[in-house]
Design a protein. Sequence first.
Lengths: 158, 454
Amino acid sequence: MVPGAPWQPVSHGLVRLRLWLLAGWSAVALLALALSAWWWPGARGWLLAAVVALVLLVGGAAVLVARNARSWAYAERADDLLVRHGIMQLRLEVVPYGRMQLVDVSAGPLQRRVGIATVQMRTAAPSTQARIPGLEPAEAARMRDRLTERGEAQAAGL
Amino acid sequence: MSGVEPGPDAGGSASPVAAESFRRVHPVTPLLRSGLVVVAVGTLLVRQLLEGADASTLFVVPVAVVGALVLGAASWWFTRFRISPSELRIDSGVLVRRQRRMRIERIQAVEVEQPLLARLFGMAELRIEVAAGEGGTLAYLTLRDAESLRHTLLEQAGTASPADHSDPQMPAAVVTLFRVDDSRLLAATLLRTDVLTPALGAVAGVVATLLLGRVGGVAIVVPLALATVGVAWKGYTTGFGTTLTRAERGLRLRAGLLDVRTQSVPTGRVQGLVVVEPLLWRWFGWARVDVTVAGAGSGEDEHGTGVLVPVAQRREVDALLPLVLDGADPRQVVLDPAPRRARWVDPVGAGVLGVGLGDRLLVTRRGVLTRRTDVVPLPKPQSVHVAQGPVQRLLRLASVQVHLPPGPVGPQGAHRDAAAAWALATSVTAWRTRPDRSPPAGAAEGDDLAVAGG
């Protein structure tokens, strides 16, 4: 997908974050199963099968989640920013610097724990989906400044 | 009217620029505004009388009417506006005073509208739209005042060209570019899918009711019939008499049977347009044109950046489009069909799909039943999105989507050859970032046949 571009991968923190989230939800599911086993002793056989299925499922999901998180990449070219992600469903967003109206940097509590931030570019089109979810905060701030600067230099009205 | 304050008529069109003092809207405003209340209360009264009046209603009604009028008058008194060289200021509110200041140079559009009631009194309202912010409304002014204020504002905003002289009463030569055929509009409205579908449903309901001999079917038939009439009525009355004339900076649209709205379509701000041809319309060679204009009607669909031409012959549309697109002609853009292998993913629609990248325009076509041809001037796309699903990857296909400011236009090129899709996504953006951003300058680059119109 656009081979010549200077692609940059996102931080490994994103992979960690997504895996932690997966682990968290799996823990909740396991807990629910354990509670059910305690409540309905008769259904323990089924519940054991459910636990096995869950573990297999989570194992498979972990691989996909990790690959998906690692698939995020961006490229800052002379006039536009490219963002791509996805393994099954590939997506590429091309945003010219001159069209950017806002560059948001945000980091939720979980993101901060793994040391990443999200950079979101907004244009006059609400459907623009240019978002890079896994940048190190310092890099995110630098990127915001760079994008803003280039946006101003190439600004075009509507 | 009061003797002290210079009324709107006194301020007049003679020197609105110099009029630094505050002005008020026309004193008939509270009457018009309360008109709705009076009508509502009136119907309530009639109903009460029919059902057997009781003394309290007879007392409440006049109080409500008088109250509405008093409130209206107070609101009129406290609503003032002033145009200075740098800003338009509107003060309003009786209890909570509101001051709205709009910088003149940020004014993007000023529209004169005539809702039905106002129109009966020869009144009009002025809507002011501002870049990136709330606009304002001035209601009601006499039509003449509204036109002259509109002119003043546009002139001060520096957007009216010097060629656009002066007297708004007597536009020197109004060049009519398009006038809708009202009987065709009626026929076309009735053939719209969103009119036909509930109509067919209603007919089916009637037939079923008659066959089954049960009255219960009415519960389905009545709402469907109402929906049919409602949609058709709205389509017909809003599109009625649509007239496009040449104006400063572009076109001017005037339309409506009951509520007449006028709207300017500054061609430089047209983000894109779409030619829509529903299945039944194609038999007659009819098409509709919707347009997305930046800053116009944002947040209010009613006011709508929407419909430019409610229905016209295809060749009328072909003649009109270059005028909206600053001379670029979509017909000169050669559409490249989707590759044959796209039929594996979209057996029915793939034959229609087409994308063309011209010197100044991007054109996409899609839609089996209702065919859409989206046209975007090349500097306008905000961003481009390419998606490729697993099946598309096997077939080396990818779908391209062009993002524009909110509006009816949404160019999409589904199932393109993957390599071509990447190239398209990057070239649409590359074009607009060339240093020469003004459209005519682009002509230097290639065989731009389309500038002739400009």
